[in-house]
Design a protein around this ligand. Sequence first.
Ligand code: GLA
Length: 388
Amino acid sequence: MKLKIDDVRTRFIKHLGGEPGSVYASPGRINLIGEHTDYNGGFVFPGAVEQGMIAEIRPNGTRTIRAYSIDLKDYAEFSIDDEKGPNASHFRYIFGVAREMMALGIPVEGFDTAFAGDVPNGAGMSSSAALESCYAFAINDLFGEGKIDKMTLAKVGQATEHKYIGVNCGIMDQFASVHGKKDNLMRLDCRSGEFEYFPWNPKGYKLVLINSCVKHELVGSPYNDRRNSCENCVKTIKELHPEKEITTLREATWDELKEIEGKVSAEDIKRATFVLGEKDRVLAVCDALENGDYETVGQKMYETHYGLSKEYEVSCEELDFLNDIAKECSVTGSRIMGGGFGGCTINLVAEELYDNFVKTAVEKFQQKYGKKPVVIDVVIGDGSRKLC
Ligand code: GLA
């Protein structure tokens, strides 16, 4: 975490007064491969990053949360007993998490808090999951004696997105933020909840994000539309095969997808084609990683980009342009990362090609779009934790 405890503390005391509280942090994430698979019961392959959210919190003995956003210089007070909550989304995350923790039986009380983050907003690195996970972890520690397990904390963040923000997201981002481990990626089976840590030490390669700084807006929303398409395909397969146990596209086969052609829209078929392909690609990447075969990992990343762009249609011109530059610079693998509709590409680059790639990407992007993309070297860090 590049953010400093002292910076947050100074602002906490300035804006909320009194004694210091406890300080917690929770990271954003990258995802090597496995996009839009989480809500389809598939696999994802994320890792937590160094960048994250940091929050100072002090119970105040009332039923009111007094919150200050250091980055936005915005203050609000809201009661945890009021069903409606604040309007601004940065405060709604905190409110939603508090309410969801109460629903789990945690005796949440009011608190004073100041928070800040260094996950670039809209980069597809899950700044919102970092915020939710930070407060879920903190509330569990301060009011719940730490008795809620990590996966449930991740689900609290996910439920907050669903109920308080309106994004029907999967579990990947909150899972990664809570469970992250330095120098490790994680392969999560989103159907069973089982996961494994994979030490990430790609000798001779680097992971770098190129942030297009084009912002996506998931609320209201193309993201939910994609999810609906997938669910519609599942429903139609189930109608044709009532005996089949199928709740997500994880259980669907290529043959079944062929069978429902004409029964669902061509668009729904394209979306499901991506998801079935992505399911296979994550497993291929796991095998390749076990054999140290980064060329295959990279090839699958390019295939994912193609699918996200042409089948799932969550790319945009700027991200396709960055992907083309990666190809031109012989980068091993490159693709859009996260939900899409803007944000970053994630690139697996041989060390000797790194300087040229980064320079070329920045120059060409600037020539074409009149602004510099931001280069973010990936450092895999730890998950939610108490700092002091
Ligand atoms: C967003 C969502 C995740 C996941 C990704 C796409 O980040 O929050 O749950 O669906 O998009 O893989």
